[in-house]
Design a protein around this ligand. Structure first.
Ligand SMILES: Nc1ncnc2c1ncn2[C@@H]1O[C@H](COP(=O)(O)OP(=O)(O)OP(=O)(O)O)[C@@H](O)[C@H]1O
Ligand SMILES: [Mg+2]
Length: 262
């Protein structure tokens, strides 16, 4: 089971859009894919059409309430893609988790119960480096970092990387950076081009070749409760996520690269 945390403590960089559409593309290639919504905003759950009423068991119950994770798994409109939804309760988890001795290992423990039931688990992290994201990093084999092509793209990345280093030293030596995905790329915008060139110069091969374009279809799809790949599978955004899935599967098959990203 490959567990991948989609993380960046910066808000609005495309974590959820990536988790949903990459998850859909992976499922379409036959990978049994589980998306864990670990963000109290619950955007991944909403974007996959899971109503509030359906979220009777959620990632909060799994982390804080000892509910077996299999009981919280719901099917989605995409065959082979399931989700553990999030509710707003999860916003209290950052504080409630402090009371547990193994507060950083709650998700890892939960995932151990479903070892090998899924090929790929994607965790949609909240925009912070709090206990929820730490749980995701401890439970994961690797990290996928969406990076928005804007002027401050690299700001905050060093903080993310030092957190990864810390997790590696203390809890999860095997944690690697699977890749950095450039998102919301606008070819007509010179600044975007410059930023993506700079990011590639600094981070090198860890950056995926595939770039996710700025595409209005990607932002429209969640309001219809379906992935962009179902809303409009031929739009540039859908095509990019299919290409990213292909690239990601290639990386997963390769022997592990040295974990350093920069
Ligand atoms: N490639 C794209 N093209 C156009 N709009 C996009 C693209 N990627 C994401 N968006 C839109 O940008 C907004 C932020 O994206 P998203 O929710 O995926 O980011 P996030 O990192 O998960 O945010 P948060 O940190 O709040 O969880 C959303 O409205 C989304 O629809
Ligand atoms: Mg999000």
């Amino acid at each position: 089971m490959n567990v991948i945390a989609v993380a960046n403590q910066k808000g609005g960089v495309g974590k959820t859009t990536t988790a949903i559409n990459l998850g859909t593309a992976l499922a379409a290639t036959g990978q049994r894919t589980l998306l864990i919504d670990l963000d109290p905003q619950g955007n991944a759950s909403t974007g996959l059409g899971i109503s509030r009423a359906q979220r009777t068991k959620s990632s909060y119950d799994v982390l804080v309430g000892d509910v077996p994770i299999a009981e919280a798994v719901l099917p989605t409109c995409v065959p082979k893609l399931s989700i553990v939804p999030a509710t707003v309760d999860l916003s209290g988890a950052e504080i409630e988790l402090v009371a547990f001795e193994e507060r950083t290992h709650r998700l890892q423990k939960a995932l151990a119960q479903i070892e090998d039931a899924w090929d790929i688990v994607l965790i949609d992290c909240p925009p912070s480096l709090g206990l929820l994201t730490l749980n995701a990093m401890v439970a994961s084999n690797s990290l996928l970092v969406p990076l928005q092509c804007e002027f401050f793209a690299l700001e905050g990345l060093s903080q993310l990387l030092s957190t990864v280093e810390l997790i590696r030293e203390r809890f999860n030596p095997g944690l690697s950076i699977l890749g950095v995905a450039l998102t919301m790329h606008d070819r007509r915008n010179r600044l975007t081009e410059q930023v993506s060139a700079d990011v590639r110069a600094v981070l090198g091969r860890v950056v995926f070749d595939t770039v996710i374009p700025r595409n209005v279809r990607l932002s429209e799809a969640p309001s219809h409760g379906v992935p962009a790949l179902i809303y409009d599978y031929r739009c540039s955004g859908s095509e990019a996520y299919i290409a990213l899935a292909r690239e990601l599967i290639g990386r997963l098959a390769r022997p592990k690269e040295p974990a350093k990203a920069a």
